[in-house]
Design a protein around this ligand. Structure first.
Ligand code: NAP
Length: 332
């Protein structure tokens, strides 16, 4: 029995389970020369998939209604007539939300489970780790002694950004949504300070207290009022790395926001959005560095692993409720 999850309809506002449909079919998947049969092992669910569920113009084409959702997946090769992959190998790349599928291996890389746990290739050694490393180093250009603030700090990207910040000698402050996450940021990930935005009435004041020397680098994963509060605390020549804006992904109207221009002008500050793939040429260096720090014990990571293919849509929805600590992953 092969199971597939398709986009049933485009979500309006907050997505729900009704936007997805399961298809089950008995099919014999026969492979031709050059092909292989893959069985999904781990599925990555990511906030950016929300954007692809809309039909608005973006940097990647939208998902088609009635077609499978696609995301980063680690899959086991269960039969192969492909020269690059043999039976028993594990492949990583963009694949359909299907328990089994045929692939020609295009865009897939082989991953080694002896070097790191398979799920790590979807997180710290995958897209989110690369996002953290490339965004912080290439746009943030941090210098030892500076102050780095991170929103969405307890998530997949944010938790890695903060740790890299500490390795590079920065003073690191994280913003997250629960007391447990705030505790984890300082105790497990070594942040200097962390703020629970859900229990803090005045984020501007809380940031002023947490960052007595002001904010030099801001790694923004959430946008909205949290990021507005950071703007009031930036230093001259601050760099704001606009990685994500999860707080507005489900908006149905253009949000009212403060004008950023006066803050940028007064502080000669930089605000730059990016897509991780902009830095593809840096990926080998980034993976080498992240792997080295992991092996040296300077970096660690956490995952929220949801069991069962059938729970993939719910795991995706839970990202918007902050139910994950670190990388949200489905174990098929
Ligand atoms: P994540 O942080 O692991 O998961 C999402 C987290 O967002 C939740 O755990 C939740 O944590 C927080 N959140 C949800 N709704 C929120 C709201 N209304 N206000 C504030 N926080 C909210 O996800 P991720 O994969 O690491 O991605 C983080 C961000 O980076 C996302 O915006 C994503 O789209 C973006 N991203 C961008 C790129 C790129 O190339 N530019 C690549 C990867 C990811 P709390 O409990 O703390 O609220």
């Amino acid at each position: 029995m092969i199971q597939t999850i398709i986009l049933k309809q485009r979500p309006v506002g907050k997505p729900s389970l009704a936007d997805f449909e399961f298809i089950k079919e008995d099919a014999d998947l026969n492979i031709e020369k050059g092909e292989m049969l893959l069985e999904a092992t781990y599925i990555s669910v990511d906030p950016y998939l929300r954007g692809r569920m809309s039909d608005a113009k973006s940097y990647v084409p939208p998902f088609e209604v009635g077609k499978p959702i696609t995301s980063g997946i680690i899959a086991k090769v269960i039969a192969s007539k492909n020269d690059k992959f043999k039976e028993g190998d594990f492949a990583s790349g963009m694949l359909n939300w299907k328990t089994q599928q045929i692939s020609k291996g295009e865009g897939l890389i082989k991953v080694d489970r002896d070097k790191a746990p398979l799920s790590a290739y979807l997180g710290i050694l995958g897209m989110t780790g690369l996002t953290a490393y490339c965004g912080l180093t290439q746009i943030g250009k941090p210098k030892a002694g500076e102050t780095l603030v991170i929103s969405g700090a307890a998530g997949a990207v944010g938790s890695v950004v903060g740790q890299i910040g500490k390795i590079l000698g920065l003073y690191v402050v994280g913003i997250a949504g629960t007391d447990e996450k705030v505790k984890m940021l300082t105790s497990k990930f070594g942040f200097d300070h962390a703020i629970n935005y859900n229990t803090t009435d005045d984020m501007r004041a809380a940031l002023r207290t947490a960052c007595p020397d002001g904010v030099d680098v801001y790694f923004d994963n959430v946008g909205g009022p949290i990021s507005d509060a950071v703007l009031f605390n930036i230093n001259k020549f601050a760099r704001m790395i606009i990685c994500g804006a999860i707080s507005v992904y489900n908006n149905t109207e253009v949000p009212k926001s403060i004008s950023v221009q006066p803050f940028l002008i007064k502080n000669s500050a930089l605000m730059q959005g990016f897509i991780v793939s902009n830095y593809a040429e840096k990926f080998p260096e980034a993976i080498k560095q992240l792997s080295t720090w992991l092996a040296e014990g300077k970096l660690t990571y956490t995952e929220t692993v949801v069991e069962g293919f059938e729970n993939t849509p719910q795991a995706f929805l839970d990202l918007f409720e902050g139910k994950n600590e670190g990388k949200m992953i489905v174990k098929v």
